[in-house]
Design a protein around this ligand. Sequence first.
Ligand code: 4GX
Length: 239
Amino acid sequence: MWIGVVTIFPELFGAFLSTSLIGRARQSGRLQIEVRDLRDFTDDPHRVVDDEPYGGGGGMVMTAPPWLRAVRELSAGRSPRRVLLSPQGRRLDDAKVQELAAEPELLLLCGRYEGIDERVRELVVDEEVSIGDYVLSGGELPAMVLVEAVSRCVPGVVQQQSSVERDSFRSGLLDHPHYTRPAVVEGLAVPPVLLSGDHAAIERWREREALRATATKRPDLLAAAPLTAEQRAVLETCK
Ligand code: 4GX
């Protein structure tokens, strides 16, 4: 998969893209990520990419020409889906992540200041995506969130594909609790079934705890989850 990113702060992406899972996926060629500085697409000798808003009011707006040039140059010879990270976008969820991961090419536009001249959205943006209802200073962190979530869905990026299938949300349920050594932490013991060696019993416990966690922490998810009759019965015993 190819992902292009346009930003005035390309250096923010350095460690993120070289570390861990994404670093390995890039080295293996499963993921190609091209981060470009918006300022490289301006003719202005001072590399200015913002200006005062028409109509007045405070703040600065990113000008259209460098964005149009950046998007068109990065789209040459490809047809990436062009995503603007913005609080006005549709909220990112697992369904959207999987939809975007099915694209061979994505181009992510990271705005700053009050935003980008509206004509950029009209001319070269396919969709706006938000990572949540809170205000950030730029689209860079949202772009990283999107890259990380989407990368996990690209075949071969997560070594243990079973862990992607087990991921919360794919089942519609939250994960069950996890324990590791030591067996006792400040008087709190590991649930004995996990030490029993009885794999069927462990599976039943995990399923029950996943249902319980979802019911107590995210009842909204549970309402939407397609539960089997057996899962509904187990859930009854959790109450
Ligand atoms: N989920 N921000 C973007 C500047 C901006 C505004 C409008 C383009 C259009 C955010 C979020 C977010 C703050 C990133 C404003 N760029 N983006 N920035 N929450 O709050 O995605």
